[in-house]
Design a binder for this molecule. Structure first.
Ligand code: CO
Length: 215
């Protein structure tokens, strides 16, 4: 890409925005006026940064419906101030009803974690997924097909991140108020469909006793 092309690829976004805003106003003259009133989303989405997994688009929802946090391979790390702030705000202030961890097959982060290559700074982040592998190594080592192995790690990673959510005081407090469900999904590019991993929780029963807080 030369300098001109790079500038063009940048301008494209601003032009796209103008077209989009015009279209929205055509559909509903109050569209932006309504957005200025505030947000009342029912869902917090914890997804992968991958450009192919836009939360609103794949769930056919609109601006204002989903509060979103994304990072490489949709990981819930209990020392991640960014994620915890988003989670706290979504649950305590916005009072979302669902937190959804959504992974996706063919996740570059998960595939990289399966390798032993030095990925530079990202090594530190991928370490979280390697820990998931290690925890489920018996099952994963028994899968000889590499694609199937990666797909299963994608699923197990989501399940583990749902558990990590359940271990937070933020989620446990909301459960005490009977106000929140957490879910694990995996999205597939092949058919565009979301697979529900059926790891939805709405109480502390599935949390190991050592991780339960007296609330
Ligand atoms: Co990914």
């Amino acid at each position: 890409m030369d300098k001109d092309e790079i500038s063009k690829s940048y301008d494209r976004l601003l032009q796209g925005n103008k077209g989009w805003a015009k279209q929205k106003l055509k559909e509903n003259p109050d569209y932006f006026k309504n957005l200025t009133k505030g947000q009342n989303p029912q869902y917090l989405w914890i997804g992968c940064s991958d450009s192919r997994v836009p939360a609103n688009e794949i769930t056919n929802t609109q601006s204002g419906e989903i509060f979103v946090h994304r990072n490489i391979a949709n990981v819930v790390v209990h020392t991640d101030m960014n994620l915890l702030s988003v989670l706290y705000y979504a649950v305590e202030v916005l009072r979302v009803k669902h937190v959804i961890v959504c992974g996706h097959y063919g996740c570059g982060g998960v595939l990289s974690a399966l390798e032993n290559k030095d990925q530079g700074f990202v090594n530190n982040w991928l370490r979280n997924i390697k820990e998931v592998y290690n925890k489920h190594s018996e099952e994963l080592d028994s899968i000889t097909n590499q694609v199937e192995k990666a797909n299963r790690l994608v699923e197990l990673n989501v399940v583990e991140q749902v558990h990590n959510l359940a271990k937070t005081m933020i989620v446990q407090k909301a459960w005490k108020r009977s106000e929140l469900q957490v879910h694990g999904w995996v999205y597939g590019f092949e058919d565009g469909l979301i697979k529900d991993l059926n790891v939805s929780y709405c109480d502390i029963e599935n949390v190991e006793p050592i991780f339960r807080y007296d609330l």
